[in-house]
Design a protein. Sequence first.
Lengths: 379, 457
Amino acid sequence: MIAETIANEFNQCNKCGLCVVACPVCQELFLEKYSPRGKIQLAKFYEQGALELSDHYRDIFSKCLLCGACSVTCPSGVDLSKVFLGMREEIADARGFQSTTKQLVKSLHEHFNISGEANADRGEWLDDLEDAPDDLIGKDRADVVYFVGCVASFFPMVQAIPRNIVRILSHAGVDFTILGGEEWCCGFPLLGAGASGKMAALMEHNLERLNALKAHTVIFSCPSCYRTWKELYHTELEMFHSTQFIGKLIREGSLPLGKIETTVTYHDPCDLGRKGGVFDEPRELLRSIPGLVFRELENNRAKSVCCGGGGNLEMADPDLSARVARNKIEEIQRTGATTVVTSCQQCIRTIKSRARRQKVDLDVLDVTDLIVRAMEAGQ
Amino acid sequence: MISTSTAEELRSIVGKEWFLDTPEDLATYSYDGFLPEFLPDGVIVPGSTQEISGIMKVVNREKIPVIPRGAGTNICGGSVAKEGGIILAFHRMNQILEIDAENMCAVVQPGVVNAVLQKKAAGYHLLYPPDPASMFVSTMGGNVALNAGGPRGVKYGVTRDYLLGLEVVLPSGEIIRTGGKALKSVTGYDLTRLLCGSEGTLGIITEITVKLVPLPPAKTTLQAVFSDLNDAARTVSAIIGSGIVPTTLELIDRVVLDVIRNYGDARFPKDAEALLLIEVDGEATSVEKQGEIIEQFCKKRGAIEVERANTPEEAEKLWQARRTAFGAVASVRPNCIVEDATVPVKKLPEMIRKIVSLAEKYRLRIGVLAHAGDGNLHPLIMTDLRDRDEGERIDKAMDELFEATIAMGGTLSGEHGIGIAKKRWLSMEFNQAAIEIMRGIKKVFDPNNILNPGSFL
């Protein structure tokens, strides 16, 4: 069944090679098999029965960020990401999971999060937030829910993001709740793992929780959660990425901002920008901060280059992921800005870790970090 | 097939990770931008001229075909293993060795992408003019091997016109150098130009010296829409005849305009039958004046809409239709055959009419993009290769198309190459004596016929 849907895609490929230039992996790995065009050819050979799904296949298809740069570049409109996801499914079905993927699937099955830690600890980041509303978790009813996501919940490097969002929403007087241990992974990592069949239980649980609260609005700080909900949850709930919701608060006048005199550039996360279509809101937030100078990256908006953190590549080939991140940092440095702002916890982790390793003087911030600062400056 | 011992020998030359023969590697070097695919027996990725020399000695001894490949973007079947053998890929030889601003030239390895050279040269206020549509992907080695052209060809010419010198490895493994940085050279036969456009059949190009020109400080872009193709053609003639040499003079016909209209948000008048995209470059004052003159030409000859871009952003907007044209057409049917017949400029309208009549006669959907300023047409044949009956009709249409082309004093290919795509029509353009001379030349360079066999000869 999957093979059929992907066949419709690759029949349109005319091998022009424009995807090769767009692909961040191809900047590092020259061989044709790693190129989007080459992977399309391998999908075709598999579908036609000319080649079997080998471990080599798995290795090749794991070297992909699922960033979608190839898809938007393709003049014939081939949805390459769809083919690559489909192939990961086929490979997982035929040959089982790689050990790192097995761990991920196990963790999601047992703990409902990607970290492998007890899900009850999802709200730990709140401990460092002195002025947090007491009843944030465990409300019976709530109009607005903030869906924190696994990475921001469990990885200390980016736990400032949910803390920022709680501060911002509270400051603007928004009545909202978070699910704490009742929030389960949205299921997104399973897509990249080729295990979309295991998503249903997670999705059902999350929807059930929101229905029980009688919520009508969900806010996400994680672009991948946001996209997964938007595209796969099939719900009537109103969904916002945090940048969209905060933008609304600013426009409504609920969030007066003070001056920050600094120069920043902005990195469009793949899932929020190219795949989620949210380009303007984060830029509006930056422009709403008085004193802030904003410089675009050479490749911005739909042409933004992935940070290296997509497609579960970090699990499959950490070295390759790091090399992509290094290229991203060089692009950031070419703007002359020493601060890069983005709106995805995964991008922050990837860029920040690489910058530290390389001892590069670079501030890597989430948009909400700046909003909180501007909010404080405005008081 | 490559024996185990030969494979070992090749691995010892390039290092074991750079000789590839897994089924996955062979599958992904079985194609280029043309349609038929051929599985090679191996793929080798050398890192230096010396390594290539070593490789050639082995394959020449073993009589294994070698097919040089840059980015595999050509649309004539130039870089596929038509008779098996080894694909020699230039991924690793991708360095710009020198931009010599004082001598206005650049020395590059064959794997350098055209647009990368363009960008680097621009940093020195210099321009490498040839701009094939594939320039963001295609390599300089491939550009030289196929004598690539591009929209700027009207004013600036093609790859051949910028080629100063080459380093080439022969099948024997011997290394020769032709030309150099001197702008003038009449010493001996012009081997540089002989190799340019030789489609990988004479030698392996390992280093390229090209001429650069000053980057023009200003340009202006115009778009004119006509409700009558003849008006557009008369405008082209008027511009060419006026002494103004446009950088670019592109024509899009009604079929393609209709496809673009359905594809994106570009809007053209309903009765649009042709669109001209015109660009002039040079000093700001002369460019401004030329822009005005061209605008008048268009209006006087019946253009129903003329737009002139004043900023780079506006220019980019005008280019949008031309840039999306191929993709729009390619997405209509599973396959798109891009033809390349080229006629003397004055014959352009006659040729377009011929194509329209062929499309009707053989019930085909053919759109036309043309580099109108130099008579280079790109009929785009929208098809599905699985449809045998349609395939036969296309073959017949092509026979007639090329007969007409040659009768008008034109050529089978303006810039795409012959390869396997147009092999069967070669004798329309050259008589037997001329073809024998080419075969003789091939034999001198490559007595064992190991270089890209199955190509045009």
